[in-house]
Design a binder for this molecule. Structure first.
Ligand code: ADP
Ligand code: ADP
Ligand code: ZN
Length: 214
């Protein structure tokens, strides 16, 4: 199964993508996580991405598309994957479609996790991310067992630099301008499914399972 997660920054794409990946045994591919790993590792790709990410802007398509297409060509992607944070622009969606068509493949579902902007700001302020494994938590809505420590791997949690309120506003603007048009795009492709992302995170997951089946 090949799934795209759509939604504003902070809508819960990553949270749900991790659950989907666990249940359907497919890799969770987050372009944001790949960029952050490259920044941490000091790679050339990381250096290119950092300035954009710090401003809440998108990393240019020419960098992002090649990176994602390489990732989905790896052997663990043979039975499908869940994309979290890609595509974020129409050209990214078109490139993905063209690359899959060459192999006689297509995406199965684009799940839009729908959350209004007001709720996003509260979520981002309370988000804490693991520096090591990319897991995200929320100080109120999804707390860890031990404060500041990742349940999954035991490493430290941080407030991401780009989750500060000013940057969140930029990211929401970028989302509405560049990413939201993908909802219409995937509606036209016939694979759009919308879930109410304001519900409790377990309820959102139930709704997604109902969409995907079994
Ligand atoms: P969130 O989960 O809050 O939406 P991400 O971790 O997905 O955040 O993305 C963080 C940042 O990484 C984005 O603000 C953007 O700068 C960059 N980024 C991630 N995915 C893409 C993409 N597909 N195209 C361009 N930039 C991206
Ligand atoms: P995205 O990947 O779309 O940027 P995340 O999955 O990182 O979003 O979620 C953003 C923040 O909101 C995190 O702190 C997460 O724990 C929290 N969160 C996710 N889903 C819900 C939900 N249904 N209700 C309340 N908080 C949520
Ligand atoms: Zn962790």
């Amino acid at each position: 199964m090949k799934i795209i997660m759509l939604g504003a920054p902070g809508a819960g794409k990553g949270t749900q993508a991790k659950k989907i990946a666990g249940r359907y045994r497919i890799p969770h591919i987050s372009t944001g996580d790949i960029f952050r790993a490259n920044i941490k590792g000091g790679t050339e790709l990381g250096m290119k991405a950092k300035a954009y990410m710090d401003q809440g802007q998108l990393v240019p398509d020419d960098v992002t598309i090649g990176m994602l297409l390489d990732r989905i060509s790896e052997p663990d992607c043979a039975d499908g994957y869940v994309l979290d944070g890609f595509p974020r622009t129409i050209p990214q969606a078109e490139s993905l479609k063209a690359a899959l068509e060459k192999r006689g493949e297509k995406m199965d579902y684009a799940i839009d996790v729908d959350v209004p902007d007001e709720a996003i700001v509260t979520r981002m302020g309370g988000r804490r991310a693991c520096v090591s494994c990319g897991a995200t938590y929320h100080i109120v809505f999804n707390p860890t067992k031990q404060e500041g420590i990742c349940d999954a791997c035991g490493e430290k949690l941080v407030l991401r630099d780009d989750d500060k309120p000013e940057t969140v506003q930029n990211r929401l603007g970028v989302y509405h301008d560049q990413t939201q048009p993908l909802i219409e795009y995937y509606r036209n492709e016939g694979i759009l499914r919308t879930v109410d992302g304001t519900k409790d995170l377990n309820e959102v997951f139930e709704d997604i399972i109902n969409v995907l089946g079994a």
